[in-house]
Structure formats: C-alpha cells, structure tokens
Design a protein around this ligand. Structure first.
Ligand code: ZN
Length: 508
C-alpha cells in the first residue's frame, strides 16, 4: 500500500543510492546510514521498506530519507514531494552555472565582525545528523572535537526563510554575509538546497573568527560535460553570489591550530586541515584549492608577523602526479619566500593520499599495538623511555543507594542525556579502583582508555573489585597536574565533567 505521491524508487533516486544488485521486486544498495559500501541495504520496491543487513537500520521510505538527511519524517515528506514537483530532479542535477548577467545585483560584503556574528548564530541553530557524525568519527575525530569544531548538517531548503528570520531576530545582519540573499518574495533567505546537502564546515581565520562556510557534499556534483572518470566536486562554498543581494564567499583560507606556531603546514581543504590538526596537534592553513591561493598571501604575512618561521606544504600525495597541484605548491613556496619564511615539502607513505589519512592510519596502528600489548603482555619489550605509568581511577554506578535502577545504567551518553543529566551524577557513583597501567609513552588518552577497558573486562585481576568496565562507568586519568574524566559511551570514551569528591568512597 502506498498513499504517497511518490515511491521507494523516487527516494532511492533522490538519495543517489548506488545499486549493487537488482532482484524481481527489490534492490541492494550501499547504505547511506552506516556508510557501508558492500550493497548490504535491501530496498523492497513494492512494500516501500528498507533494511540494512550491516547496521540493522530499517523502516519505511520516509524514515530512510529522514535518517539519511538528518531531518524529521514530516520534513522528509515535503522535501521529497517538493523536490520532485519543482523538477529539481533529475534534470537540474548538474554542476551549477554561475550567472554572469548584470541582472543579479550583489550586496557589499559585510564587515568581518558581522560575518562572524551572523554565521556563528546560524551554526548555533543548526544540528548535526547521526550519519554525518559517524562520517566524522570514521575520519578520526572524537565527539568532543566534532563539537568544538562546530560542524553541522546543512538544513532542509524549506527551512531557509525561517532560519534566516531566526538569525535576524537574534540581532544579526544577514545582508552582505556569504550565503544570504534577498528572495523573490522580498524576504531574506539563505542558500541551502537538496543537491548541495552535506556537512557544513565553519571556515575560520587566524583570529578564530568565522569567515565563511564550506559544504562537504553528501553526493559529489559531476560536471555534465566533464570527464566521466573524474570524481565530482566534493566541496562547495556557502555562497550567494548568483543571487539578488547575495555575496561571494571570497574563498577565505582556513586556519586550525596555534596562531603563533613556529611551523605551519599548508594543505587543501578545511576539513582535512581540522582533522590533521586534531590528529597531530600541529597548526594548519587550508587553501580552498591547490591553485586557489588569493587569500594565502595575507595569511602568511600575518603568520610571519606572529613569529612563524617555517611553512610546510602538505598537499595530498597526488601532488607527485598532478601538474596543477605542483604549480600551486610552487606558488606557496614563492609566497613563503616573500615573507622570509623557510619552505619545506612534506612527503609520506604514498599508500595514504592525504596527511589526515596517513595520520589516521598511524594512530590506528598505535591503537592496535596497544591492544596487542594488552593481549600479549609484551609492553615490557619497550625501552623504559618508551613507556609511562598512567594513574587512573574507575567509578561505577552504586545500586544500593535506594535506587535499584537508573535509566542510564550501562547505556551510553544518549541515555544519560535522556535521563536529564548533562554530566554523570557523581553522588550515584562509587570509587571502585585506583591504580596505574603501563603503556606506551606516546599513547594518546583514547589509547590508554582502550587499554584499561580491555584489561578490566571479563578476566579480572584479583586486586580489582569492580565490574567489567562498561557503558555508564567513569574512568579518571590523572597525574600531579591534571585530572580528566571519561564516560564510557556505547563504543568509546567521551570526556566529561565529573565531581569526583561527591562520589562514594572506595569500600574498605
Ligand atoms: Zn547500514
């Protein structure tokens, strides 16, 4: 039964699902919800239902669209219907042509302060879909970093006018801010649409202010007349330069890290720079394209004044086979020299394309090694200088305090929040264990926590009196200088605030 003016195949087409196998009345596609690309999602055409045999997500066609786009089912209904009706699909699905006729009058760009304030407000109103969060986690970011970087999902185009109104009501100016424009109805709005849906990335200057936004497209846009073997465009600027009273993004450079760093790396793409910064703790300037360097000159000038001495070009490894990228690199070299900066080129294991891919692979290897140590116990094989003793404490929920159940017990952060807690309630916890663990000196906190998690599960040591470490537990890593607390989520640890002095003391 289908009472809708569209069917499952329309939804599949709108989401650009990749069909791997066709059966009589169903198809197997790549799952847009978990990102599996082995064609594990079954879509039943007659029954209008779906199920992913990998992640287990299932439901009806509105649910599929809503989940994939991170919107509500009712929004999904209108978005599907309107997109099909307005003919945005499939003919409008090409690379956007920029209008150059004089009929479009642009606004003067607003001040840096206005752009920062308005875009900050816009970002604060938007949210991040689960699918996008998963995508970012797979790139090596923690939830805490994702939160701090401020990534959001692009909203449904239906919400554009009301979002703009909300931004304006909060005292912000939208005229002259990239992305905003005056609609045909005389109302200000912002340019988001279905075919440019994706992860919205704030692009920040060296001062930390938001200068603009990039969208990492869920579905790369292919140039209809372009080379069929070439990947489509993956990134777009949030820009309204083809709209009345709109304004260009201006392709600002993005900065991630310490504005006074001695060494600064230059790479292509804001997201890559953010991830590389998070994985290496080095400072990065991102240019929008290897040859989109207009804003690099003032950025390097500022950095030189701040005390930067060395510029390291860290473009993707295909720089060794792409002339255009190499040309861009030479221009970076020239600009660096202009400001008296030393220039170096970074190369790495060519099995990894980007510096972020390479660093993520290194980290995964370090984590695997940490797990090997736990299983094989051969941490002793490391030289003393290569290992450290990490002090830690384990807090677990106390069920003898009059409350035999707790709504978030052994569940993740989501359940904790649902139970009404921003942070784990310390008075409901008891300190169970205070000890130290031997681990690699360079191992990041997640690695140490993973090692603790593996060690204190199932086969528990005699001196440990707690339960196997599980979701809802709190683990504290501490030394003389600092205490950090981590809540065990369903898959990993999440850093939290925790008032440990309010927890019940260790049982004698
Ligand atoms: Zn799936």
């Amino acid at each position: 039964m289908n009472d809708f003016p569209f069917g499952m195949m329309d939804v599949a087409a709108l989401l650009h699902l990749r069909v791997k196998r066709r059966l009589a009345d169903s198809i197997y596609v790549d799952c847009p919800l978990c990102g599996d690309t082995r064609g594990k999602m079954n879509i039943h055409i007659r029954k209008n239902v779906f199920r992913c045999n990998y992640c287990g997500e299932h439901g009806g066609m509105l649910g599929l669209y809503a989940k994939a786009r991170g919107i509500s089912s009712s929004d999904a209904y209108y978005e599907i219907r309107d997109t099909l009706q307005t003919g945005n699909f499939p003919s409008g699905y090409g690379i956007q042509t920029v209008q150059t006729t004089t009929s479009v009058q642009n606004a003067e760009p607003a001040s840096m302060e206005t752009i920062h304030q308005t875009l900050s407000t816009l970002f604060s109103i938007l949210s991040l879909s689960e699918a996008h969060r998963r995508n970012l986690r797979n790139r090596g970011l923690t939830d805490e970093q994702i939160e701090k970087l401020g990534y959001k999902s692009t909203p449904s185009y239906r919400l554009c006018p009301s979002l703009t109104e909300r931004v304006t009501r909060q005292g912000c100016t939208v005229k002259g801010v990239p992305g905003f424009y005056l609609g045909k109805d005389g109302q200000w709005t912002v340019k988001f649409n279905t075919k440019t849906a994706g992860i919205l990335i704030p692009v920040r200057g060296i001062d930390g202010w938001i200068r603009g936004a990039q969208i990492r497209l869920d579905t790369p846009i292919k140039d209809e007349n372009g080379d069929a073997d070439k990947d489509g465009a993956k990134y777009l600027w949030l820009s309204s330069r083809d709209k009345h009273m709109g304004v260009t993004s201006g392709s600002p450079v993005h900065f991630a890290g310490d504005p006074f760093a001695r060494t600064v790396y230059v790479t292509e793409g804001s997201l890559k720079a953010d991830i590389a910064h998070c994985l290496t703790n080095r400072s990065f300037v991102a240019v929008a394209g290897a040859n989109n360097l207009g804003q690099l000159d003032p950025a390097l000038s500022t950095l030189a004044r701040n005390g930067t001495k060395i510029i390291v070009e860290a473009h993707d490894m295909d720089k060794y086979r792409n002339e255009m990228i190499d040309m861009g690199a030479s221009r970076i070299h020239k600009t660096a020299r202009k400001y008296g900066l030393e220039f170096r080129r970074l190369t790495w294991n060519p099995n990894y394309k980007g510096i972020d891919d390479w660093q993520l692979a290194l980290r995964k290897k370090a984590m695997d090694k940490a797990n090997d140590f736990v299983q094989g116990g051969d941490i002793e094989a490391l030289l003393p200088a290569q290992r450290k003793r990490q002090r830690f404490r384990v807090y677990q929920l106390e069920f003898t305090d009059g409350n035999p159940t707790k709504p978030f017990a052994f569940a993740g952060v989501k359940a904790l929040r649902k139970a009404g807690y921003e942070q784990p309630p310390a008075p409901e916890y008891r300190l169970m264990f205070d000890s130290e663990i031997l681990c690699g000196a360079e191992l990041p906190a997640e690695g140490v926590l993973q090692q603790i998690f593996s060690r204190y599960n199932d086969d528990l040591p005699d001196d440990y009196h707690g339960r196997s470490i599980s979701p809802s537990d709190v683990v504290e890593l501490y030394d003389e200088e600092q205490r950090r607390y981590f809540y065990r989520d369903t898959e990993a640890f999440v850093e939290v605030e925790f008032s440990s002095t309010l927890a019940l003391p260790m049982a004698a």
